[in-house]
Design a protein around this ligand. Sequence first.
Ligand SMILES: [Zn+2]
Length: 337
Amino acid sequence: MHETPTDPNETMRDAPRVPAQPWTPPEMRRDAALPFTIGNALGIGWRAMCERYGLLLGASALYLLLFLGGKIAAFITSLFTLLPLVDWAATFLFYPIILLGLLDIGYRCARREQATASDLFRPFGRYWPVVGASAIASIAIALVVWIPAGLVGMVFLVLAVSGTGQSGAFALTAALFTMALILGLLLVLVPRLMFAPMVCLDTEYRVSGPWESVKLSWVMTRRPGVRPRLAALLVLGWLLGVACVLLLLLPVLFLALPLGATVFGACYWQISGAYWTAREHCCRVCEYDLRDAKSDRCPECGAPVAPEQLGYTGLGPMRDDGRESGGALGASGLPSA
Ligand SMILES: [Zn+2]
């Protein structure tokens, strides 16, 4: 634990960019010492589900009730108005928000924190930023996935119409290729952006808005190995979801939603924990470990050391000209920048 004169949470909330005191990452995340692996994520998720099954089941039931209730209501109104606007609006403005509430409960169960089923509605306390972060991530995913998929589909269509390939084998190949392309693009992009609404909701480090949340999700998942493992967990989750739907939905309630929420929570905990820990003493650009750095620039890529990192990297506070003014390395002499 670092000794700072002020409450680190206060410092971060008031001045997230350049706090006057050495920057301290959220305390709880320091406990996320386990590295992010598929085994750790599944293990923590399973443990959390077993420990808090009643809570997770209740929250999942509430979520499913609202989701299915909304779908049925939209279906009934669409019979009369032929305008399923309610359903369309809820797809962006309601369902993702309560789903985030469920994931947040899973996150807190993974961390063994206090939570109740009514926390499903906690994201409404920060509604518009969360909707914004969710919308930016969804639109980015949709554009990157559907534009290439649409182009490829059109090429196949042109080929089919022009008579080059009218056989069944050609149609099958075209369909499989397009599906593989969509799946591949999803698995590249979804792991990088999936934490954006969660980052936005996170009370330990409140970022200023939706756009910053999306950027932070992107940055914290770029570490080596993170994206492939998240992609593998996503595939597992989708397979579990499909299996549950085929088994008449009941396992969605009793298994897929509770376990999905806690595994998501475990992933977010470990990935954001590693990110914040690295932020203490690693280069913001290339993640080079700066603790033995002798200058206020990264020896690896030359990027300047962030002012709030100086207390963690062994360098003293900077003078106006950007050089070290004292501290642990003071007398040893700095190499010129
Ligand atoms: Zn660097």
